[in-house]
Design a protein. Structure first.
Length: 559
């Protein structure tokens, strides 16, 4: 059995893989009335898609359980990791034995769409009246990927979509039921949707001139109203904005608005700040300085929603206030649904502001070089230690966006482990000493003195990879470049530090008093937890940009 399964696996892999071409996404709004039959028809199609996705996900999880219980899977886990080919052969045999593959789940989804039979004899069910074969295959692939990442241990167990929780459906090509036509219309079965195209938008014009691989329809809730969009996945590179420049001879030329620099840039990011040092520039800036979380208004909304949920479902709670175990049916009132929509709108506006700020900062860093070297830190550790700061500023999102923009422009991002480098503990002279997080200034008897994050970013420029794929610090090159880098680091620190901080590192502050519950004393917690010298720059002076008045609801007495 082992030989037959491994041979079949070899035959499948002998087929040439389809060449992957670069692609980009163009987002266009659709003309869908707020009240009308068109919006109801789209909602019905998305509800059918949700049913198909949940069915395929349930089948994928069932087959995944059988794969884990199979003998081949146990043999694969018992095989040493050094024997990669034999180990993979066992795992592939377990998958083939129970049909845990993308193609098998696509066939299962097609059977859901029909009552019986194959080909032209297959009779459509109510799912087939709303969805085409390609849309069902795309949903099955989506469910398989969610279950496969769970099997590989990359994510947790995937969840089923509740009613109204599936917001996007995509096709598979020009011949699918959901397709983009040459006339500039989106066709989905018997529905024809017209997009809203700005005539002078160069980004949209560039996307419409490219080949459309497939289309995706998206439902969004914006400003308490349902909006519909089409995402065109186009082949090629995205449009790069240009600007007019005048040369010395008076000629007007066009150059990229955000050009890619030259050289190696060292990066050091924390939960709230970013330090970048290049050959000719350095910066120390906070993540998302214009985004502030309206905590007071959001807490009021959350308490209000909890009171409404308890008042609408008194039988779902125990006398001590806990949720009653077992299956339950939850009732949602109109006022509760409105409060939930307001809270969701607040989160959406925060995410939109965060995305814009991260993109602006990524374009600024791209102008400093084309090779970016950054430490491979644990984002989960950041989330556990600095949950609120990471949730608001999302440093991992910045690294992901920078990586995507750099690859699109011809650069690259190199992430190296901290085990062999330990940039926050070493100096260019070779001395190594551990420092607490409260110490924000690097001081060494050799004469090197700089802000801690900036100095780590300076050292990150001179990390190299050996022949055995080990990353080490070239302290000699770092010491040679230090006379020219020191004034850049000083200037970056002076521009980035708040006005109330001294010119050379922060003054140590007393530890805040804590109550019995372990929380900080009122009025002192926010300042005492500010470990970074630039964290105070993200103050509350920019809350007006988020429209906090939209989430401040009248205070109601508790139950």
């Amino acid at each position: 059995m082992r030989s037959s399964s491994s041979t079949s696996r070899t035959r499948k892999r002998s087929k040439p893989k389809r060449a992957r071409t670069p692609s980009f996404v163009c987002d266009l709004p659709l003309r869908v009335p707020l009240l009308g039959s068109l919006g109801r028809a789209l909602d019905a199609k998305l509800e059918a898609a949700r049913q198909v996705y949940n069915a395929c996900l349930g089948e994928a999880l069932r087959r995944l359980g059988l794969v884990r219980q199979s003998v081949w899977f146990a043999r694969g886990r018992a095989t040493p990791r050094q024997q990669k080919e034999q180990r993979q052969a066992h795992f592939h045999a377990a998958r083939d034995q129970h049909g845990f593959s993308d193609a098998a789940l696509q066939q299962y989804g097609i059977r859901l769409r029909s009552k019986g039979g194959t080909g032209a004899k297959a009779a459509k069910t109510w799912l087939g009246e709303h969805l085409g074969a390609h849309e069902v295959q795309a949903l099955a692939t989506r469910a398989y990927r969610a279950a496969n990442t769970y099997l590989l241990g990359r994510h947790g167990r995937p969840r089923f979509k509740g009613r109204g929780r599936l917001h996007s459906v995509e096709g598979k090509g020009p011949g699918s039921g959901l397709r983009w036509t040459d006339r500039g219309l989106l066709v989905w079965g018997d529905l024809v949707l017209q997009p809203i195209i700005a005539p002078h938008d160069l980004v949209v014009r560039h996307a419409l001139c490219a080949r459309v691989k497939y289309a995706r329809i998206v439902r969004r809730r914006i400003r308490l109203r349902t909006r519909w969009y089409v995402q065109l996945v186009c082949a090629g590179q995205p449009y790069r904005k240009v600007r007019k420049c005048t040369e010395n001879d008076g000629a007007t030329v066009l150059e990229p608005k955000y050009p890619l620099g030259r050289g190696t840039v060292g990066l050091d990011f924390g939960p709230s700040t970013l330090a970048a040092v290049g050959e000719k520039a350095a910066l120390l800036v906070p993540f998302c300085p214009g985004v502030a979380r309206p905590a007071k208004g959001m807490r009021r909304l959350q308490r209000r929603i909890d009171r409404q949920r308890r008042a609408n479902n008194p039988g779902n709670y125990l006398p001590d206030g806990r949720v009653r175990p077992g299956p339950k049916r939850w009732r949602v009132s109109i006022r509760q649904r409105w409060a939930e929509d307001v809270l969701a709108e607040t989160h959406r506006r925060l995410a939109a502001g965060r995305k814009t700020a991260q993109g602006t900062l990524a374009n600024r860093v791209l102008g400093m070089g084309d090779v970016f070297q950054v430490e491979q830190v644990s984002l989960r550790a950041f989330q556990r230690a600095f949950g609120r700061s990471v949730g608001l500023r999302a440093p991992g999102l910045f690294v992901e966006r920078l990586n995507r923009k750099a690859e699109s422009a011809g650069g690259k991002v190199i992430a190296f482990p901290t085990k062999t480098t330990a940039l926050s503990q070493v100096c260019q002279c070779g001395r190594r000493s551990s420092k607490p997080l409260s110490l924000r200034w690097h001081e060494c008897p050799c004469g090197a003195s700089a802000q801690r994050d900036l100095y780590s970013a300076h050292l990150a420029r001179f990390v190299y990879r050996t022949d055995d794929e080990t990353y080490l610090l070239d302290a000699g090159r770092a010491a040679e470049a230090w006379p020219g880098a020191e004034p850049l680091l000083r200037a970056a620190y002076e521009q980035g530090r708040p006005n109330n901080q001294p010119a050379r590192g922060p003054v140590p502050r007393p530890r805040p008093a804590r109550g019995r519950s372990g929380s900080h004393a009122p009025g002192r917690g926010a300042e005492a937890k500010a470990g970074d010298v630039v964290a105070a720059a993200c103050g509350s002076a920019v809350r007006e940009s988020l429209g906090e008045a939209a989430v401040l609801t009248p205070r109601t007495p508790g139950l």
